[in-house]
Write a protein that binds this ligand. Structure first.
Ligand SMILES: Nc1nc2c(c(=O)[nH]1)N[C@@H](CN(C=O)c1ccc(C(=O)N[C@@H](CCC(=O)O)C(=O)O)cc1)CN2
Length: 268
């Protein structure tokens, strides 16, 4: 699976470099962070490094947790004239402003989500785009209609928008959340299982079968080690294709921030 992700990453990066070179509008991004969430620091650093590697401007606005108001964030959003994102999670009491689709690099705002529901080919949330690309490469470009996909997790940034995008593509989508009884589910009925709960051990590799594609969206730090939402039982080699953590969906998510910024800047 690692080689599939690497192939995808390199192909997308090459395609983006060509688009950047061919475009007349400069590609840039602003990232806003509030406070000092340690995981966010890593993710933001990875995004900035990618822009730096391509010599593209990535402005980083760092605001203190103490004293930053919703009006400060809303002001930044209202004045944005190029792609911007507010790194999540934000401290309690603050929420990401509802960005206009033209500058919404995450695709989390109501305008971008409305376009998604209407199937208007918007900028997809970066993790959703990563899952779609992995399915497309692993199962085939024309595999979406009728594909049986289980999605565990109903977050606004992954589970819900991924379900909508897959429905747009005529897949058969089953959605599970923390109130679903996972113990009675026959996981063998699905072609693809996407686990995006944020809990390590939601499912384990003994529950999958040959031929299935398993997309692990989770990034959990346990005893200083990065692990996904899927537990890998020692001594059990799963025949299913399972995306790795780290080096899987998270890596592609970062690349898709660049992809979305290119798309937004070049559609001005
Ligand atoms: N504004 C947003 N906030 C958050 C998003 C998002 O899409 N937009 N998603 C997640 C975090 N995320 C994106 O920002 C993200 C997650 C993981 C990675 C990544 O590079 N992962 C690496 C491992 C990194 C590590 O060492 O910890 C990997 O999986 O290989 C980048 C971005 C929540 N917030």
């Amino acid at each position: 699976m690692k080689s599939v992700i690497n192939t995808l990453y390199e192909a997308k990066l090459a395609e983006l470099k060509d688009k950047i070179d061919a475009g007349s509008v400069p590609v840039q991004l602003t990232i806003v962070t509030v406070g000092d969430d340690p995981a966010s620091k890593v993710y933001v650093r990875n995004k900035i490094r990618l822009f730096e590697a391509l010599e593209l401007p990535c402005h980083h606005i760092i605001l203190p947790e103490e004293g930053t108001t919703q009006a400060d964030l809303d002001g930044l959003a209202d004045n944005a004239d190029h792609p911007i994102l507010f790194q999540l999670p934000l401290p309690n009491g603050l929420e990401a402003p509802d960005l206009a689709a033209a500058v919404d690099v995450d695709g989390f705002g109501s305008e971008a989500l409305g376009q998604l529901v209407l199937g208007q080919n918007p900028v997809l949330p970066c993790t959703v785009q990563a899952a779609i690309d992995i399915i497309e490469l692993h199962c085939g470009e024309f595999s979406f209609p009728g594909l049986k996909v289980a999605i565990l997790g109903r977050s606004n940034i992954v589970g819900k928008p991924l379900a909508i995008e897959l429905i747009n593509r005529q897949s058969t989508v089953s959605s599970f959340n923390s109130r679903s009884d996972l113990a009675i589910v026959d996981w063998n009925q699905f072609d693809v299982i996407v686990v995006a709960t944020g809990y390590h051990g939601t499912l384990d590799n003994t529950q999958f079968i040959e031929g299935q594609l398993i997309i692990d969206v989770g990034i959990n730090r346990i005893d200083g080690k990065l692990v996904g939402d899927i537990k890998h039982q020692d001594g059990h080699l799963s025949d299913a294709a399972i995306t790795p953590v780290p080096g899987g969906v998270g890596r592609l998510t970062c690349l898709n921030v660049l992809g979305n910024a290119v798309k937004l800047c070049q559609s001005k």
